[in-house]
Ligand binder design. Structure first.
Ligand SMILES: Nc1ncnc2c1ncn2[C@@H]1O[C@H](COP(=O)(O)O)[C@@H](O)[C@H]1OP(=O)(O)O
Ligand SMILES: [Mg+2]
Ligand SMILES: [Mg+2]
Ligand SMILES: [Mg+2]
Length: 380
């Protein structure tokens, strides 16, 4: 039975809490399949693998979230047979209390099912998983609200796996823009250096040129979009630069939300916002560029001849309508607050208490540029 806190919690908090709980289960499934020694590898395309762990973890996450939130749209990376039998013990309906104990930021209190889209990458870093680079693997559950990445879970099933017996394995990092991100410790990145992380398994000359244009003092080549954003939020690198169309919405939604919740930015190579409404093209055709601070400095380093290979996402009609409504009500709030009657709207400042949060960095976020948009939605 759901606890009284759960019943009173706004939808977004319940979706987040359910996603945190199910990410632990997905992590156990991944570790159990690795232990069998039979990964059941399928080649989906060039340099694009799927294992039984990817399939099983997705079944677990999608079945669990769909059972609890049947009206919410959920997109998973793997194409699976919907008639597959899902073991009963794959369906998790607990809600993580540590999420529900937080107060929901005012701006999300009235969000409804049709405004949420969940993007699931059941196993990010599959190439590295098959090669035994286990700490590169993450489970990603991203929660988009009206087309923007707002909530995210990055579960790292093999965190601490080389630390010897007795050390608990795995960790869950989660965040909500306007609340903060939790489950990790941030260190100050090394000063007088510019450490840039990028792909180790999906590189080409444009990827390399873009990284070099950002004047790295060192390049950190590791697997997984989730893993690279973990390096960023922990302060181990300064930027994540991936001038490629290889990442899809499920690769970036959760990492973007966790990063933005501490004041960082994840955009395409042009500095434009990546969108996550249900009709958006699955491919991140604009590439991926992420930082905790000085985002524009990196965007400006990318030469035009590289930028011209990339296209940004197109907002949906619904998104544009919603944005218009939001700005109208924000304007109304301003009028109210000038008379002393206004409520505070969501600020980009992270308000986490025990979680890891940093002060907002001193830079302007460049967001959607409506002159620079791509064609319509693509198929999954
Ligand atoms: N060319 C590609 N083909 C398939 N997946 C890609 C490609 N490029 C990136 N990805 C996805 O984005 C993630 C981050 O990229 P990289 O590890 O190369 O930095 C990959 O782990 C992979 O996710 P997944 O492992 O979930 O299939
Ligand atoms: Mg994949
Ligand atoms: Mg992925
Ligand atoms: Mg994956």
């Amino acid at each position: 039975m759901a606890s009284p806190t759960a019943k009173m919690s706004p939808l977004i908090m319940r979706v987040l809490a359910a996603s945190v709980s199910v990410s632990y289960r997905a992590g156990t499934i991944i570790r159990d399949i690795m232990k069998t020694g039979d990964l059941g590898i399928v080649e989906k395309g060039k340099n694009d693998l799927q294992t039984e762990a990817d399939r099983a973890a997705q079944r677990c996450i999608v079945a669990s979230l769909h059972k609890q939130f049947p009206k919410v749209a959920i997109f998973g990376e793997e194409s699976l047979d919907p008639s597959d039998k899902i073991p009963d013990n794959y369906v998790v309906t607990e809600l993580a209390e540590d999420v529900l104990n937080h107060t929901c930021p005012e701006i999300y209190k009235n969000i409804t099912d049709d405004e949420i889209v969940i993007w699931v990458d059941p196993l990010d870093g599959t190439a590295e998983f098959t090669q035994g680079l286990l700490d590169h693997v993450t489970v990603l559950i991203g929660i988009a609200v009206n087309g923007e990445a707002k909530g995210g879970i990055i579960y790292q099933p093999y965190y601490n796996y080389q630390s010897g017996p007795g050390t608990p394995m795995g960790r869950c990092i989660w965040g909500l823009v306007g609340l903060g991100s939790y489950g990790f410790t941030r260190e100050v990145p090394p000063t007088n250096q510019n450490l840039i992380t990028t792909t180790r398994s999906h590189s080409d000359w444009i990827v390399t040129e873009a990284v070099n244009a950002c004047e790295p003092t060192e390049i950190v080549r590791v697997g997984g979009a989730g893993h690279k954003v973990l390096l960023l939020i922990e302060g181990k690198v300064h930027a994540y630069v991936f001038a490629s169309k290889g990442c899809k919405k499920w690769d970036t939604c959760a990492p973007e939300a966790v990063l933005c919740a501490i004041g960082g930015s994840l955009t395409d190579m042009l500095g434009n916002q990546i969108l996550y409404h249900s009709a958006v093209q699955r491919r991140n055709a604009g590439g991926v560029l992420a930082t905790v601070q000085n985002h524009n400095w990196y965007v400006e380093r990318i030469p035009p001849e590289i930028k011209e290979n990339f296209v940004s996402d197109t907002p949906s009609e619904d998104m544009l309508k919603h944005k218009q409504q939001a700005s109208t009500s924000a304007a109304a709030d301003e009028v109210d607050s000038s008379t002393g009657a206004g409520d505070s709207s969501l600020s980009s400042t992270s308000k986490g208490d025990s979680g890891s949060s940093v002060d907002p960095p001193e830079f302007d976020k460049t967001k959607t540029n409506p002159d620079n948009v791509s064609a319509g939605p693509a198929k999954m």
